[in-house]
Design a binder for this molecule. Sequence first.
Ligand SMILES: *Cc1c(COP(=O)(O)O)cnc(C)c1O
Length: 240
Amino acid sequence: MIPAMNQNAMSDVAARLAAVRDRIREAEQTHGREPGSVELLAVSKRQPLDAMQTAYEAGQRAFGENYLQEGVDKRQTMTATDIDWHFIGALQSNKTRPAAEGFDWVHAVDRLKIARRLSEQRPETLGPLQCCIQVNVSGEASKAGVSPQALPELAHAVAELPRLRLRGLMTLPEAVTGFEAQRAAFSQLRQLQDALIADGLALDTLSMGMSNDLEAAIAEGATLVRLGTAVFGPRPEKTS
Ligand SMILES: *Cc1c(COP(=O)(O)O)cnc(C)c1O
């Protein structure tokens, strides 16, 4: 089980959230982005429910989870109905159903087989599942994501699926230091997105940027930054 938090840790979450929001607003201003055009996705994997509740009370509405069962359990326990639940973890094609039924967004679609299953399994009682395609811009063999070369064909096929709504692209680039080096990978994702838009796809989401590179991502057009430890502090160790 994930342990509960003490009072100190709860005020820490509220303070960290405020600091992170300031960082995002400042980056928007520095890089000529519209105020409020970058949304914070609070990555709550392995974080206790009371930490999420504290973030919710401080106005946070978008939460990102990496593990299907944990995310589904949390959704059933958190009573608020105005939360957007994002699944940002890797998807196996035999485990798409909990993602299709239990989340509002899926960020890491990288194969047509998975997209088709998500579309088939998305309940009619829910709206379309919001999706991003994960792109492996740095070309690391160990990273998930479609190659830039294979992206256009996949994106057009995913955009046709009836129960999905393709919103944009997501990347998790190689960790590099230095603003310009970080910016290069994000620039590539933005250019890939621009090419798809020029080719007729209606895309509005770039899911890119984490705690140590969110400024570079915002400079290149991120609309959703995914921050975990910057909001909640260190993740508790996995106990199972
Ligand atoms: C865990 C995770 C994050 C957040 O990472 P932090 O280092 O905690 O900010 C963002 N995106 C993905 C895909 C993740 O798995």
